[in-house]
Design a protein around this ligand. Structure first.
Ligand SMILES: [Fe+2]
Length: 233
């Protein structure tokens, strides 16, 4: 199982508070059947240069892997990435490879929860066509009911990859919509978007169970295949 989106790194964004929580989150992921997890701390282009964010992230991951080894806890394979907020400041970034998930041309982009406009969609077009990256839009379902439908449709028409949060599948009002996206080939990968061990913990196993029950095993297979393709696994 691939968890495409997680904030398990400690003391770096609004995710895990300390290294113990990070390890507990990874331990929980392993128990749920996650074998590969993408570390996706938030990245805001107006707050830090990529190399500064990369240094902080990589130091954090190395410390965490060493700690897991010391504590004899099996953790999923970690892939280094970011959850990059779509802002006009992205125009200033030369080398996008640093913001992609390691060894890929895949970038996880996050939209704001309100105030979308055409200019924001232009930034996505820039990343897609000028930088020639495979774009994954984080937790698309979170924008529905908050963003005008015409803008949501324009985003979908860009034929990007769509990531869904596992925890959204347990919400009655979201489940039917998400299943419809998968049936129409408009959703592609699942992430936990886990931030902690309680209110925003990983629900990957439950999310997969909902997909299996509502859509069938073939969709689980498709999701896993999509994730592996995007991660070059
Ligand atoms: Fe996130």
């Amino acid at each position: 199982m691939v968890d495409f989106h997680s904030h398990f790194l400690f003391d770096i964004d609004d995710g895990a508070k300390d290294i113990e929580m990070s390890l507990a989150m990874l331990n929980m992921s392993t128990k749920q059947g996650v074998t590969t997890i993408v570390s996706t701390p938030h990245y805001y282009a107006d707050a830090a240069k990529p190399h500064v964010a990369i240094a902080a992230r990589d130091e954090n991951i190395e410390e965490l892997i060493a700690y897991a080894k010391q504590e004899n806890i099996i953790i999923p394979e970690i892939k280094r990435g970011f959850e990059v907020r779509v802002k006009k400041h992205l125009y200033e970034i030369e080398d996008f490879s640093e913001l992609c998930i390691e060894n890929t041309k895949t970038i996880l982009l996050e939209m704001p929860l309100k105030e979308w406009d055409e200019e924001l969609l232009d930034v996505i077009e820039f990343v897609k066509t000028e930088k020639r990256l495979d774009i994954v839009i984080a937790h698309f379902e979170r924008y529905v009911d908050r963003i005008p439908n015409d803008l949501l449709l324009k985003l979908l028409e860009k034929n990007l990859y769509i990531q869904i949060n596992a925890g959204s599948l347990v919400k009655r009002d979201k489940l039917d919509f998400i299943c419809e996206l998968f049936r129409n080939g408009m959703a592609h990968v699942i992430g936990s978007d886990a931030h902690n061990m309680n209110s925003r913990c990983s629900l990957m196993d439950i999310g997969y169970a909902y997909i299996r029950r509502n859509l069938g095993q073939e969709y689980i297979d498709k999701i896993e295949a999509n994730a592996k393709k995007l991660l070059n696994l």
